[in-house]
Write a protein that binds this ligand. Structure first.
Ligand SMILES: [Zn+2]
Length: 185
């Protein structure tokens, strides 16, 4: 299942362009891998529609690039990590709260029946920069594909062309950004 990853993007090999001084504000000095789609987006080497919506010391939230519909947000480690098992203690300690808050933001903005939360970072046959996708499943999604739930419903939605346009993503991201910010005042 393609998520952040576009099928027409180049595959690995990738180039490790890590440096001791990371140029990205608040990004831990760690691996930054050219050719990795999240790393490229975070480093400004590739477009990031909607931009960074919210950020913690170790995670950032962006709108999903692929066919997961409008309102699907990705929780992405700032560090290039390709296995959940390789997350640091610091990354893990933030993860639960970040997932919960992101699910709450998605829920408030989309009124879903459920927020599917999945991690399928696998691209070109290789493990890829992990990202947790929080996808709102609306009643209208279920009505359009009766009898399908879970991965089968996600597949049906994707096959039906569930990729939102750029302007809609930008507008949704701004609404989400406002909600995250409102929780901190
Ligand atoms: Zn990466």
């Amino acid at each position: 299942m393609v998520a952040l990853y576009h099928s027409d993007r180049r595959e690995t090999p990738v180039e490790d362009v890590s440096s001791p001084v990371d140029p990205i504000e608040n990004r831990p000095a760690a691996h930054d891998v050219a050719g990795c789609i999240p790393c490229d987006a975070l480093a400004g080497r590739a477009p990031l529609p909607g931009g960074r919506i919210h950020q913690t010391p170790h995670w950032t939230i962006m709108h999903v690039f692929g066919s997961f519909g409008l309102g699907a947000l990705a929780v992405v480690p700032l560090r290039h990590v390709v296995h959940v098992a390789d997350l640091s203690q610091e990354e893990v300690s933030e993860l639960g709260a970040v997932l919960r808050e992101t699910a709450d933001v998605v829920t408030e903005l989309t009124d879903p029946v459920q927020v599917y939360t999945c991690q399928w970072s696998h691209h070109g046959g290789r493990a890829a920069h992990i990202h947790f996708i929080l996808q709102p499943i609306r009643q209208s999604d279920m009505n359009a594909h009766p009898g399908k739930l879970g991965p089968m419903l996600q597949t049906a939605l994707a096959e039906a062309g569930n990729k939102p346009d750029h302007d809609a993503v930008e507008a949704f991201a701004e609404r989400a950004r406002t909600l995250y910010a409102a929780r901190r005042v």
